[in-house]
Design a protein around this ligand. Structure first.
Ligand code: SF4
Length: 273
């Protein structure tokens, strides 16, 4: 259970929200706003960048600065904001379509640059808003509106991708693990460099329906049962691993971020370094 707080970052009159009953997006947004409050962020120092789709609607409800941009390009716009105004706190909220399907290339390069922003990827395993089509995170063999007989492709491990591409902080949680989710968001916001919090939050309306996962309560219980610590996950035998997923922190390091390296080079180039 999460505590109250963060209402000051909501836009007056914007509620009720558009998300389906049982969707995890609202829980993630609530955790983010409570973390803003805990860190005492001023509204005008925050920029929330979103793309398209159900998760891309998150900025509609915020009273912070916000940029709502084209599909798959949220990280590209956010990179521009951070490069131009390094003092701003930039948070990018994306689904799996924006982050690693349509926007996959931007995701890899944002992590590689180690640009100082926080990406929150709400991984619902499909394109929810447009009817549940397969995305780059729909697991192999699973069903969607475009893979009615099973997905022939393999899925991206979003967290692993960010770690190997060079992110400074990477963690995974779920809407069921609300307290841990908020702690990960806090650690990500406080980390200099590219930080990612991936949230496994399967879409009840489409992915859950096509894969017969039951109602949203059953899906929350599925997250509770299947999400295990990294240590426990590593101890599982190979076939068992397919039934579970790891949650927790996957990498936490302090490599220099893009803006710091850029400033060093600029100082050298102008004879001030
Ligand atoms: S379609 Fe799926 S992801 Fe979109 S709001 Fe509904 S439950 Fe959430």
């Amino acid at each position: 259970m999460l505590e109250a707080g963060g209402e000051e970052y909501l836009r007056a009159g914007a509620l009720p929200h558009m998300w389906c009953p049982g969707c995890g997006i609202g829980i993630v947004l609530g955790a983010l706003l409570r973390t803003f409050a805990e860190l005492e962020y001023a509204k005008n120092e925050i920029v929330v960048v979103t793309g398209i789709g159900c998760t891309g609607k998150a900025d509609d409800y915020l009273s912070t600065n916000a940029l709502h941009v084209t599909h798959g390009r949220a990280l590209a716009f956010a990179t521009g904001v951070k490069a131009y105004k390094p003092g701003l706190k930039v948070v990018v909220i994306m689904g799996d379509g924006d982050s690693v399907t349509i926007g996959g290339n931007h995701f890899i390069h944002a992590a590689r640059r180690n640009i100082d922003l926080t990406a929150i990827v709400i991984n619902n395993f499909n394109f929810g808003m447009t009817g549940g089509q397969a995305s780059a995170t729909t697991p192999g063999g699973k069903f969607s509106s475009t893979t009615l007989y099973g997905n022939p492709e393999r899925d991206f491990d979003v967290s692993a991708l960010a770690c190997v591409a060079g992110a400074n902080y990477v963690a995974r949680s779920t809407p069921y693990h609300g307290w841990a989710l908020k702690q990960h968001i806090k650690e990500a916001l406080c980390k200099k460099g590219f930080s990612l919090v991936e949230v496994f939050s399967p879409c009840p309306t489409n992915y859950g329906k096509y894969n017969e996962m039951g109602d949203p309560l059953k899906m929350l219980n599925w997250l509770k049962e299947k999400g295990v610590s990294r240590e426990k996950y590593e101890q599982l035998e190979e076939p068992e691993k397919e039934d579970y997923f790891a949650i927790g922190t996957f990498c936490d390091r302090n490599s220099p971020d893009f803006n710091s390296r850029y400033e060093e080079i600029r100082a050298r180039a102008t004879g001030k370094g």
